[in-house]
Write a protein that binds this ligand. Structure first.
Ligand SMILES: Cc1cc2nc3c(=O)[nH]c(=O)nc-3n(C[C@H](O)[C@H](O)[C@H](O)COP(=O)(O)OP(=O)(O)OC[C@H]3O[C@@H](n4cnc5c(N)ncnc54)[C@H](O)[C@@H]3O)c2cc1C
Length: 487
C-alpha cells in the first residue's frame, strides 16, 4: 500500500464499550501505551452510549440517566496520559502475523502496529423477518435505545416490543419513561418455559431484582405481556400502523386463529444478540458455537487469549455475556496483555477470574431461557425480503437450497445475499436459521459467512492507498494494476 500513515503502540484495543474501556484503563494504569479505537463518535459502546454533545443537557428519564451516569464514571478513566482514544475510526482489517490493524478515520487511512491486540468489538442484535418487517417504523429495540440515549429522541409514539429476552422489557421501561405508550411486549417463550428456567437465577439477586423492578413499572403502567406469542406481520401504507401477533407452539409455529391486531406506529424487535466476530475471524482466531445463544463466538482461554498469539478478546465477541462480563473480561485481558509485556498491573487476576466465571454462568442461564425457535422461519414467506441490502427474498434463498446449497458461503455467489452494505451482519443469522430449517440440519452445522476485509465499507483510498487522478493514469497503469486480460 502506498501513502498510508504508520503508527505503533503497545496495546491496541478495538472497541470502546465496557470491555475495551476497562481493558484500556487497566493497561494504561500499569504503564503501557494504549491506543483505543472505536468507529462510533464517542466511547461507551452499546451499554454506556453517551448522548451526543448537543443532547448532553436533555432531561433523561431515571432508567437512562443512571445508565448514562455510570458510563460517564467509567469513561472518566480514559483521561489517562497513556491512552490515545481514536473515535470515528473504523478498523477494517487486521494482519495477525505482524499484529497490524488497518484503520480509517477523520485523518484518513492509517496502519497501527501493536505488541498486543485486544478485540472487544461487541455484538449485533438478532432479528427474524416477517411480512412488513422492512416498513419504516420497524426498528430494533437497541436501535430505539440508541435514539433515546444518543439523541434524546423518542422514535415513535405507540410501541410494540417483540422477540425474546430481557432487552424487550428494559427498552420498554426506557421508552415508557421517555413518554412512549407501550401497546404490548410480545415474548416468544411461553410463561411456563420462562418460569421453568427463571428459577435457575435463584440467588442472583441483582439480575432478578433488576427484572422485577422493570416488571413492576410495566405492570403499573398496565403494559400487556404476551407470552408464547410472536409478531407475524407489520401493516401500513407507507409506514407501520398496525402489527399482527399470534400465539405460537413450542417450536415457534403460529397457531391458526390466534391473530390479534394492535394499532402501533413503531415495532421494536430483538431476538437476542450475535457476537461481532469479523475481525477476530479475519485474524484467524478460532471460533466456537455457543449453544446458550445459538451463535458462533471467538474462542478464548482462561487468560482471554485467542488461538492467535498476541491477540486477546473480551466481552460480547467471546459470547453474549452482558455489561458485567464485559467489564470483568476487559480488565482481565488488559492485565494479562500488559503482564506479558513486563508491566505489573494493579488488579488481582485471580479475583477477576473467579468473578468472570460466575458472571458467565449467569449469562449462560439467561441465554438458555430465550432461544430462537426454528418455526419462526416459516414467517418469512417466499416473497419476504431476507437480505435487505441486495433485495433477496426468502423464496430465492429456498430455491437455491433446493438446488443443493447447504452453506452460507455457497448461497452468497448464487443469490448475492450478504454482499451489500451490511456484509451479512443483519441477514447472516437469519439465513443460518433458514438454511438449517430447510435442510433439517442443526443450526451449528451452518457456518457464518467467511469474514473478509474490509469488514465495513471504507473509502477506496483506505484500501488501496492514495488514489491517483484518473486523468493522469495510462493504459499501462491499468493493466499493471489488474493484470493482462488478453494477449
Ligand atoms: C443495540 C444493543 C443494545 C443493548 N442494550 C442493552 C441494555 O439495555 N442492557 C444491557 O444490559 N445490555 C444491553 N446490550 C448488551 C450490552 O451492550 C453489552 O452487554 C455490553 O455493551 C457489551 O460490551 P462490549 O464492550 O463487549 O461491547 P459493546 O458495548 O457493544 O462495544 C463494542 C464497541 O466496538 C466498536 N466496534 C465494533 N467493531 C469495530 C470496528 N471494526 N472498528 C472500530 N470499532 C468497532 C463498536 O462501535 C462498539 O462501540 C445491548 C447490546 C446492543 C448491541
Amino acid at each position: 500500500m502506498t501513502g498510508i500513515k504508520q503508527d505503533t503502540t503497545e496495546i491496541a484495543i478495538v472497541g470502546a464499550g465496557p470491555a475495551g474501556v476497562s481493558a484500556a484503563v487497566t493497561a494504561a494504569r500499569a504503564g503501557a501505551k494504549v491506543t483505543l479505537v472505536d468507529e462510533s463518535a464517542s466511547a461507551g459502546g452499546q451499554y454506556y452510549k453517551q448522548p451526543a454533545l448537543a443532547e448532553r443537557d436533555h432531561k433523561y428519564p431515571d432508567s437512562l440517566a443512571s445508565n448514562i451516569q455510570q458510563g460517564r464514571e467509567l469513561l472518566a478513566g480514559l483521561n489517562h496520559p497513556g491512552i490515545d482514544t481514536q473515535c470515528n475510526t473504523l478498523v477494517w482489517n487486521v494482519s495477525a502475523e505482524e499484529l497490524v490493524l488497518n484503520l480509517c478515520g477523520p485523518t484518513g487511512a492509517w496502519a497501527l502496529e501493536a505488541e498486543r491486540i485486544i478485540f472487544s468489538t461487541g455484538a449485533y442484535e438478532r432479528v427474524m423477518p416477517f411480512p412488513g418487517w422492512t416498513l419504516p417504523g420497524v426498528i430494533t429495540a437497541g436501535g430505539a435505545q440508541l435514539m433515546l440515549k444518543g439523541q434524546g429522541l423518542l422514535p415513535g409514539r405507540r410501541f410494540l416490543l417483540a422477540g425474546t429476552g430481557p432487552l424487550l422489557q428494559v427498552a420498554a421501561v426506557q421508552l415508557l419513561e421517555a413518554g412512549g405508550d407501550i401497546a404490548a411486549i410480545v415474548e416468544l417463550q411461553s410463561r411456563i418455559e420462562f418460569l421453568r428456567l427463571a428459577s435457575r437465577l435463584w440467588g442472583h439477586w441483582d439480575k432478578l431484582g433488576h427484572g422485577i423492578t422493570n416488571r413492576k413499572k410495566l405492570l403499573q403502567a398496565k403494559v400487556p405481556f404476551k407470552y408464547g406469542h410472536a409478531i407475524v406481520c407489520a401493516q401500513g401504507e407507507e409506514e407501520v400502523s398496525r402489527a399482527v401477533i399470534m400465539k405460537i407452539d413450542g417450536d415457534g409455529h403460529p397457531l391458526p386463529g390466534s391473530e390479534t391486531t394492535l394499532e402501533v406506529d413503531t415495532i421494536c424487535l430483538n431476538y437476542g444478540f450475535i457476537p461481532a466476530t469479523e475481525l477476530p475471524g479475519i485474524a484467524g482466531c478460532e471460533q466456537y458455537f455457543d449453544y446458550n445463544f445459538g451463535a458462533y463466538a471467538t474462542k478464548i482461554d482462561e487468560n482471554l487469549e485467542t488461538s492467535v498469539a498476541g491477540i486477546f478478546a473480551a466481552g460480547e465477541t467471546c459470547g453474549i455475556g452482558g455489561a458485567d462480563v464485559a467489564l470483568l473480561e476487559g480488565q482481565l485481558a488488559g492485565a494479562v496483555a500488559v503482564r506479558q509485556l513486563g508491566f505489573d498491573p494493579e488488579v488481582d487476576e485471580d479475583v477477576l477470574h473467579r468473578k468472570q466465571l460466575q458472571a458467565r454462568t449467569v449469562a449462560a442461564t439467561l441465554g438458555k431461557m430465550f432461544p430462537v425457535k426454528p418455526g419462526l422461519c416459516a414467517l418469512a414467506g417466499d416473497d419476504v425480503p431476507v437480505c435487505r441490502c441486495e433485495g433477496v427474498s426468502a423464496g430465492e434463498v429456498r430455491t437455491a437450497i433446493r438446488m443443493g446449497v447447504t452453506q452460507l458461503n455457497q448461497l452468497k455467489p448464487w443469490t448475492r445475499v450478504g454482499m451489500g452494505r451490511c456484509q451479512g451482519r443483519i441477514c447472516g443469522e437469519v439465513l443460518r436459521q433458514i438454511v438449517a430449517h430447510e435442510t433439517g440440519s442443526d443450526v451449528q452445522e451452518i457456518l457464518p459467512f467467511t469474514p473478509r476485509a474490509p469488514v465495513k465499507p471504507v473509502l477506496l483510498e483506505a484500501v488501496g492507498g492514495a488514489v491517483a487522478d484518473a486523468a493522469e493514469l495510462t493504459w499501462e497503469d491499468h493493466i499493471g494494476g489488474y493484470g493482462v486480460a488478453r494477449t
